[in-house]
Design a protein around this ligand. Structure first.
Ligand code: ATP
Length: 894
């Protein structure tokens, strides 16, 4: 018998599981051993061997290998061996870095992997979907991806989109009854849900019947999605720059060789000179350092609860100029408590905070017993009936399972002595029409103990009121204009106090055999009353918004909530001043795209919006040239999240669809985390600029030394192997340490970076050229001074030049910590940098003084006196450029 043919009892029996308790930890361990993790085996990963050899594909490496081959043929064994050695060293470094980058991408994937709700040991828990085993009881709702193949045992208005398996993009309605057909088409199995498909409406509970490769999707190969965006725009730009430099260096080499031949020099000398220039022009270590800096930045973000799904987002974050954020849960605590109630002109308050279900009720400061006030009792009871949330005690604390808005209604009713268990004895749930953010309401159809059917609808009061034609006001009365004003006043009073408002209504029904529809139910209702709940703003959000403002980043609140509630919270968070313009979704509907473009620049609060409005707001802001970060959690938020420059999904309350559409996930759902991610994003970019400045100044210096020497017909001041060593080894470590630098104090006081600006913008290009010129001149000077004294000992002069180049760079690196000046921050504040510089100095001494290495690096041991000359010349550029700092007008510094 197949799973779709079984009834509930047969299913539970076959899979040896319990629909109320789920599996026990012990049982899960056994089953995991037997079935393995719930994972689809991906295409075979690249072997380590492949990864190592792919390092040699790089064009520059090929040029170097060709050079080694030529040296070898010409009998210059030592040069050939040295070049090969360095290339292999570089390949190892590249290999190690690639592995690290791949590992951190994998870790990221794991962090953003979908979570599922499983019933284990009698409790619902959230776990990564790889933990699912056959027999697990699993629960999901609209927006969730189904984690395994599941036979349904509960389905409430459940619809599932199965296009990944069937190609059919219209969602299928699901139910729980057994099907009496053998071998049906997948699309016809209405009582099962399959791994990788998407719940688009309603909710369901099921028993897992297949996991991992043992699922329908596991049997189809090639369905797996590839990893998202691996390269950032900057990395691409740098790769282009790298290619240009390689071509330029080859051209330069060709010219030098041609000149040499014309002059009648011997081939090896010419070839050697050309090679030196080629090596000098290309910053071999740069791409690796960029990759590492990015991946370290991503790790830092994770520590702050921000998980990057798409690497390019790291860079774009630094340019964000507007953050559009939801209110509920992102700017507020999402811990709701009903504090005010209203029905038929009466108003009550209720004590208590959080979800603890104790508190007294008052009417105008007089305690009341809700059991004795029919209107209040019915409001609370119907409010509880129309929810899915449950409250449970965890130690001393009370927690809810489900939507906090609904949790608040349940807790309020419990304060009046009701419980869900007691209500279940009196009322049977017949059908549910789930909440969605377009309708802003939900309904249940229930049957009471005397057999009567009726509907209860709850939702946004301003919308629900338009669906009512009567109201409970002592008795049932027509909903006159006067009574409507009564409702509006009560809503306004609650909303001005920052309360979130919920209206409850009902209507008697005659039973029918088919399902009830929203159109039929949610009209001609009887209005019962209002519940107002507080949801305090998060403490840290106010400061985060202020910091963003200082950083030239605007915050816009876009919420489905009532305009007055939204405004009251916005004022508490200082998003807006008093009298702020609040734009409602229905007003956006009347605006043209151009009008909206104007409005988004003026208003900071948008209320009663639907996900479609979010999309239009993002587009309008982008039209205005803004770089937009947009938060979202629901299924319908996906288009806005995809369109935004940085889509930000909620880690806790977000649906899988929202997470898949976004590039950043907030593990704690907190607005303040977006700010922390922006700080990191800006810092990463600043750090990348720092080491680009550092590394390229070195290359410019090297090219100039070599070019000057060639033009003036001196011997070569540096040999290729020395240049290669500087670029890869002595520059590599300090550059990495710059990549680890902490943000500068003013990182959130600057305007957002223009996303179109070049890496060399804001004077960086000039800094590189001027410093490169000074480093080159110092190196050449060191060479000429020593060469002039000992023309017979070329390696002595070359070693001096080599040491000067390295030391000038190692002093320069401290300048690079700030773009303002070496005095802008403590130059020795980065311990990694001190370590890196010290080890680079040791490495330099090793190649100069270690006898076995001397023939490879063409070095000779230097005397103490030589170091005076070397250090003096090497420090000169920093002193010269630092001096100019004091003569600059101070306004330029800000
Ligand atoms: P944000 O968009 O900032 O997250 P929100 O949670 O208020 O705010 P929605 O979830 O779209 O946005 O809710 C909009 C309105 O719908 C709420 O103001 C409330 O009146 C109503 N509402 C919210 N949740 C429910 C629910 N479970 N049942 C019925 N109505 C609800």
């Amino acid at each position: 018998m197949e799973f779709h043919e079984m009834d509930r009892a047969q299913l539970l029996e076959t899979l040896k599981t319990d629909s109320l308790q789920g599996l026990s930890t012990e049982e899960v361990r056994l089953r995991q051993k037997q079935h393995g993790f719930n994972e689809l085996i991906e295409a075979k990963k690249h072997s380590l061997f492949f990864l190592f050899f792919s390092q040699f594909k790089d064009l520059m490496i090929m040029v170097l290998l060709a050079a080694a081959a030529i040296s070898f043929v010409l009998g210059e064994w030592i040069d050939a061996a040295a070049i090969v050695l360095i290339v292999i060293l570089n390949a190892f470094l590249g290999f190690y870095q690639d592995r690290k980058a791949e590992k951190s991408l994998e870790a990221l994937k794991k962090l953003s992997a979908p979570q599922v709700q499983l019933l284990r040991n009698g409790e619902w828990t959230r776990l990564p979907s790889r933990e699912i085993v056959p027999g697990d009881v699993i629960r999901f709702s609209s927006g969730d991806r189904i984690g395994a193949d599941v036979r349904l045992i509960e389905a409430v208005s459940l619809e599932i989109e199965e296009s990944a398996l069937t190609g059919e993009s219209m969602p299928d309605a699901k139910q729980t009854e057994p099907l009496a057909v053998a071998n049906p088409n997948l699309a016809d199995i209405s009582n099962m849900a399959f791994m990788g498909t998407l719940a688009t409406r309603g909710s369901g509970v099921g028993v897992v019947v297949g996991t991992g490769m043992n699922t329908e999707v596991g049997q189809i190969a090639g369905l797996l999605h590839g990893a998202d965006g691996i390269e950032t725009p900057l990395q691409r730009k740098l790769q282009q720059l790298g290619k240009i430099l390689i071509v330029a260096s080859l051209l330069l080499t060709a010219i030098v060789v041609a000149l040499g031949v014309l002059r009648g020099n011997d081939f090896y000398t010419i070839f050697f000179a050309g090679l030196s220039l080629a090596v000098a022009a290309v910053p071999e270590g740069l791409p690796a350092v960029v990759t590492i800096a990015l991946s370290i930045g991503v790790q830092r973000m994770i520590k702050k609860d921000a998980v990057v799904r798409k690497l390019p987002a790291v860079e774009i974050l630094g340019s964000a100029s507007v953050i559009c954020s939801d209110k509920t849960g992102t700017m507020t605590e999402n811990e709701m408590t009903v504090t005010h109630l209203w029905s038929g002109g009466h108003e009550w308050t209720v004590e208590g905070a959080g979800y603890e279900p104790t508190g007294r009720f008052f009417e105008t400061a007089q305690p009341v017993e809700p059991q004795r006030v029919p209107a209040l009792y019915q409001l609370l009871q119907y409010g509880m009936l129309c929810t899915n949330a449950t409250v449970h005690q965890k130690g001393q604390e009370y927690a809810i399972d489900g939507d906090p808005t609904e949790g608040a209604l349940v807790v309020a009713a419990m304060k009046a002595g009701m419980t869900k268990e007691l209500l279940k004895k009196e009322f049977t749930l017949v059908q549910e029409l789930p909440f969605d953010s377009e309708r802003k309401m939900m309904s249940v159809i229930v049957q009471n103990s005397s057999g009567k059917f009726f509907a209860i609808t709850k939702g946004a009061p301003d919308i629900l009121a338009t669906r009512c034609n009567a109201i409970l006001w002592e008795t049932e009365k027509p909903l006159s204009v006067e009574k409507l004003v009564g409702i509006e006043d009560a809503v306004a009073a609650m909303a001005h106090n920052a309360l979130r408002t919920m209206a409850i209504a009902y209507k008697p029904l005659t039973p029918q055999t088919t399902l009830f529809t929203e159109e039929a139910i949610e009209k001609d209702l009887v209005f019962i009353g209002l519940e107002g709940m507080m949801d305090p703003p998060r403490e840290e959000v106010k400061t985060a918004i202020q910091e963003c403002r200082n950083a030239g980043i605007r915050t816009i609140m876009i919420t489905g909530d009532h305009a007055a509630t939204a405004l009251a919270i916005a004022e508490k968070l200082h998003i807006s001043g008093a009298n702020e313009l609040v734009v409602e979704g229905k007003e956006i509907d009347t605006m043209s795209a151009e009008q909206l473009q104007v409005v988004v620049e003026q208003a900071s609060v948008f209320a009663r919006t639907t996900p479609e409005h979010k999309l239009r707001i993002v587009q309008a802001l982008q039209q205005n040239g803004r770089v937009v970060a947009m938060t979202g959690d629901g299924v319908n938020d996906a288009p806005a999240l995809k369109t935004a420059d940085i889509g930000v999904a909620m880690g806790i309350t977000g649906t899988d669809v929202a997470k898949e559409a976004s590039s950043l996930i907030l593990m704690d759902d907190n607005f303040a985390t977006i700010k922390s991610a922006i700080v990191e994003g800006r810092n990463i970019y600043d750090n990348i600029r720092k080491f680009i400045r550092y590394l390229l100044a070195s290359n410019v210096g090297e090219i100039l030394v070599m070019l000057f020497a060639m033009i003036l017909a001196f011997p070569l001041p540096l040999v290729p192997i020395q240049i290669l060593w500087v670029n890869l080894v002595t520059d590599g470590l300090p550059a990495l340490a710059l990549g680890l630098d902490r943000p500068e104090a003013d990182v959130m006081k600057k305007k957002p970076r223009d996303p179109a600006e070049s890496v060399f913008a804001r004077g960086l290009g000039w800094k590189i050229l001027s410093r490169g010129f000074l480093i080159g001149s110092a190196t050449l000077a060191a060479f000429l001074i020593v060469y002039d004294r000992n023309p017979a000992d070329l390696p002595y002069a070359q070693t001096t030049a080599f040491a000067t180049l390295v030391m000038a760079q190692l002093i320069h690196v401290f300048d690079c910590r700030s773009e303002k000046s070496i005095f802008a921050r403590n130059p020795f504040g980065n311990l990694y940098l001190i370590g890196a510089v010290l080890s680079s100095v040791v490495l330099l001494l090793v190649v100069i003084y270690l006898p076995p290495l001397q023939p490879f690096f063409r070095t000779v041991s230097l005397a103490a006196g030589d170091w005076l000359l070397i250090l003096g010349l090497a420090a000169l550029p920093t002193f010269l450029l630092a001096g100019t700092y004091f003569f600059k007008p101070k306004t330029e510094e800000s």
